[in-house]
Write a protein that binds this ligand. Sequence first.
Ligand SMILES: Nc1nc2c(c(=O)[nH]1)N[C@H]1C(S)=C(S)[C@@H](COP(=O)(O)OP(=O)(O)OC[C@H]3O[C@@H](n4cnc5c(=O)[nH]c(N)nc54)[C@H](O)[C@@H]3O)O[C@H]1N2
Ligand SMILES: Nc1nc2c(c(=O)[nH]1)N[C@H]1C(S)=C(S)[C@@H](COP(=O)(O)OP(=O)(O)OC[C@H]3O[C@@H](n4cnc5c(=O)[nH]c(N)nc54)[C@H](O)[C@@H]3O)O[C@H]1N2
Ligand code: SF4
Ligand SMILES: [Mo]
Length: 907
Amino acid sequence: MNLSQDHLSVRTTCAYCGVGCGVSATPKGDGTVTIAGDKLHPANKGRLCVKGSALGETVGLDGRLLYPQVRGDEGLRRVSWDEALDKVAGTWRAIIDEHGPDAVALYVSGQLLTEDYYVANKLMKGYIGSANIDTNSRLCMSSAVAGYKRAFGEDLVPLCYDDLELADMVVLVGSNTAWCHPILFQRILKAKEQRPEMKIVVIDPRRTATCELADLHLPVKAGTDVWLFNGLLSYLNRIGAVDPAFVADHTNGVDAALATANADCSDPAVVARICRIELPVLMEFYELFASTHKTITAYSMGVNQSSSGTDKVNSIINCHLIGGRIGQPGMGPFSITGQPNAMGGREVGGLANMLAAHMDLDRADHREVVQTFWESPAMADKPGLKAVDLFKAIEDGKVKAVWVISTNPVVSMPDADQVRRALEKCELVVATDIMQNTDTNAYADVLLPALGWGEKEGTVTNSERRISRQRAFLPAPGEAMADWKILALFAQRMGFNGFDFAGANSVFDEHARLSGFRNSAADVPRAFDMSGLARLNKNEYDGLEPIQWPVRRGADGGFDVEQRLFADKRFAHADGKARFIVTVPRAPANAISEDFPLALNTGRVRDQWHTMTRTGKSFTLADHISESFVDIHPQDALLHGVREGDLARVSSEWGAMVARVQHGGGIPRGTVFIPIHWSGQTSSDARVGALVNPVVDPVSGEPEFKHTPVRIEQFRVNWHSFILSRTEVDLESVAHWTRIQGREFARYELAGRNTISDFGPWARGVLGVDDLDADWLEYEDRTAGVYRAVHVVNDRIEQCIFLSPRQDMPSRAWLASLFVKEQLSEIDRVGLLVGMPVEKGADTGPTVCSCFGVGRNTICNAIVEKDLQTVAQVTSCLKAGGNCGSCVPEIKKILVQTRVEAAEARL
Ligand SMILES: Nc1nc2c(c(=O)[nH]1)N[C@H]1C(S)=C(S)[C@@H](COP(=O)(O)OP(=O)(O)OC[C@H]3O[C@@H](n4cnc5c(=O)[nH]c(N)nc54)[C@H](O)[C@@H]3O)O[C@H]1N2
Ligand SMILES: Nc1nc2c(c(=O)[nH]1)N[C@H]1C(S)=C(S)[C@@H](COP(=O)(O)OP(=O)(O)OC[C@H]3O[C@@H](n4cnc5c(=O)[nH]c(N)nc54)[C@H](O)[C@@H]3O)O[C@H]1N2
Ligand code: SF4
Ligand SMILES: [Mo]
């Protein structure tokens, strides 16, 4: 057998979204890693989206947190693990002794592995004796959990991915699937390609990339989904599109739900007006839903992140129940989870109001089961603080120590400046992360280094309840340790038994055993059962193939898996029936006003992940959208005096930020959209969390991230500039900047409010060029206020800076391409100070297809020159769109625009 380096690939699971794609990783001798899709993984069958494909660019050790550190008067100091953990344990012990267990808290993450999560939850709820452990999943899918529990009696996702291919209609509500769950979206599109009669409906206030390939888009007014679905419920009942036998035998509460729906929403014309959807479009959707039995309604943050998020979820589930659209192939209400292990967190009970293994904190019989199993000395017996309340309690001094693990709340929480204040005041802030510099780490008293993706071992569960292994293929760097291990060592220092795990596999085993412990009809029955995976030995655990729960052992000893839940029409409520929930529609908590006349919607872009601590390292992912932006309707821009391409200051009652004005995001009047990704590490002041209102859903505690009243105004600057540099630059005096990772350089977009009297010295100062003999090409037009300089070292471009009072600077793409050249050619040098290539076609424009690095200009030129008519033709000509497919919606848009423009030009 040929055991060359290239053959040592490891099958693991993607680090990012809840689709949970299988990845095949091959570490190379030179420290790099080749990434490919795992053809054997049922979630993706070999495909990866652009974020997954670029994982190899994010595993380098630059910027990593590698050693424990403690903050003293002189800043951070490297310490041993013993010293760091002793400090944390000593302080926690003292605080608990004096103020009780509720004075400490863990704030964890849906990006932890199940094993990490299990240990964290066991430690807090069973040993510290407090349920003050909450997770960023509170911000993500806690409304979905609450909705499922109300309807089904347990947090159960009824369907599986194969159902998306079996459905005759997929309704995507508040989900930009094309960008946020790209491989699921590809699966849906492929099914539609094979069965064009299959319908795709998108319900989203914005016309997103997901809408480009949909049959129907309902641009619902933000926050009005309950009206829409109550209207649907009322309509289905009125026209008799119901399943009376299913409703009578397997559900409760239909009359009350219908009475409420009929009260406000029986007239589609009224619903259409409230939801700002044209009546014929609304009716088309209602009729399609009524006539299509195999319908899936998949939803995500546009539903969950709302002060009526849980009601939104139940208004959707109600519509499925009334027609019996559940439990059979190709149908059901489907919460798409965001983070790679959102579902694992739900299994272990990582939220402050849950226990473990789908048992409830507020039920004595459930607590008794868990306490018995854990042999725990001090069980929590009441729910802990939910994320927003937790950070309030920290600011109020009620919670005196917090340990933040695998999340970046100074960026991602609503009212994020409040989180900063809270951490500033907190007696002991501990942060476990993989990166040294994050906005949250800046407030930590103790920093603990965790193993990252590719270095750690464990499991994650994806949106369809499928458990997959994450496997290590890289050595542990520095002194980093697995998150579960750090917690277990800490627990032992606190004097707790029950944390002596031999490895991730023994944590997993305990979790699997608990799921089956006293899990029977006669005792404390739970649908969540993965007892079939208990007692795997280490080899079996290491070799575990992706598998769904519930999973038990069959009579033959093999795995007995339920792919789809509720096939027997039995639900988890004591009477076995599902419940209709009364959902009274209500507007978002904070209404727009004269002072704050626009509603802020926030969300994701295609190629970045959350606070960018990992995707921000990849140059491939940096090109698609490089800077934060505020998307606004052109008429609103006019009204509020801001211009496309300029910077604007957006502010709310809670905070302010600066971003570049953009049109074209398909945004309705009266609203703006800002992405969530930029932090203090990547930009001077583009942290949108500072603006977001901390209002939460009363049932789930999930914040209203999609609706904050804001105002927008021009952010006046005197000059604009950009820099490409191989070395770090000094941005101290710059009013606004964004740092963007390039290939062998960093790019900075800057703007200043000051007046620069002498460009040359200023530029040298910013770029850090002291050497007056440096190969420094310069162009200056003082009257126009234009300045350009290029610094060349050994015939290679080292840095360049372009500055102008207007937004009239050259495209960055061509200059960027010079940084990978070993030597500048004469013809390159000619173009340098103009910032433009002398050869035609060398400027490819902004990246559209990140997989193959195909720019917009290249696509437009090919469409015109070769008269391309379809996306497939563009792909066969340029490869663009041929790998992950995430850019297919954009190519389609460019195709239409370019052909229209070309036709107009011919007229
Ligand atoms: N590229 C990328 N992918 C990701 C992530 C990432 O950071 N980057 N993060 C992952 C995570 S953790 C999550 S939670 C998911 C999120 O995945 P999604 O939920 O798809 O993403 P978002 O962009 O947060 O929001 C979805 C849509 O909700 C719409 N919306 C806003 N208000 C309303 C409303 O009132 N009603 C309706 N119907 N829609 C509304 C927004 O306009 C937006 O287009 O993505 C996962 N995948
Ligand atoms: N305005 C607005 N805010 C939002 C949202 C929104 O739509 N709008 N969405 C919300 C949602 S759905 C989510 S999920 C959150 C996400 O928000 P966060 O969880 O705050 O975002 P991440 O950047 O994913 O943070 C993960 C952190 O863990 C670190 N890390 C990575 N791997 C490991 C590891 O193995 N171990 C440890 N210990 N650390 C690791 C990373 O470096 C990073 O600092 O944002 C929420 N905030
Ligand atoms: S869709 Fe993309 S980000 Fe999500 S798991 Fe698959 S490869 Fe990773
Ligand atoms: Mo999320």
